[in-house]
Ligand binder design. Sequence first.
Ligand SMILES: Cc1cc2nc3c(=O)[nH]c(=O)nc-3n(C[C@H](O)[C@H](O)[C@H](O)COP(=O)(O)O)c2cc1C
Length: 194
Amino acid sequence: MTVVSPLHALASRRSMKFLRAPAPKQEELDQILQAAMSAPDHGKLRPWRFVLIRGEAIGRLADLALDAVKRSGDPRMTPEKEKSVRQWMSEVPLFIGLAHKIDHDNPKVPEQEQLLATGAAVMNILNGVHALGYGAFWSTGMGTYLEEVQNALGLDALDYRFLGFLAIGTPGCAVPTVERPDFREFVTEWTGPV
Ligand SMILES: Cc1cc2nc3c(=O)[nH]c(=O)nc-3n(C[C@H](O)[C@H](O)[C@H](O)COP(=O)(O)O)c2cc1C
């Protein structure tokens, strides 16, 4: 049996866009979503919200999102692009809509921190998906920034900030290894005022 260290698991995660069935089984999905609840969260606001979209609802999401993007006049949504997005979405077995519930005017926890807590929760989902041998891809396409899309998902734009979709499933090909930057480029040590 190969034992994978937790750090190796973290370092070997990479996003996979092209996914197909099977999605994580319900029991696995429950575990993955439960892992999101361990995100750091100032004030225990639990700001994260996740909307599961699967089965026939994915076709409905494609209709809703692509119509909204086309109506918005986005020049990138050419007929070819629409066809390829529809094809991509039709193969992905599970999407999760990502949002954070805005606690307006919280005196202790500014919205930025609520957003960060939600980002951390999403990261736990990405790592959980990877740990169980599936793949995922975070996308802010599909009309993420159009109010009508988030409203149609039940996330009133006055109360929720919509953060995109996770596509989740089984990678359509072997997961290639990817070169990551050397952490030293991003780290300094502070020993006193400069
Ligand atoms: C908030 C967020 C939104 C993203 N939206 C898109 C997107 O719409 N389209 C895209 O190609 N990549 C998008 N990405 C990037 C991919 O999800 C992925 O991180 C990237 O391809 C790098 O792969 P890696 O996670 O293996 O480093 C987004 C990433 C984040 C964090």
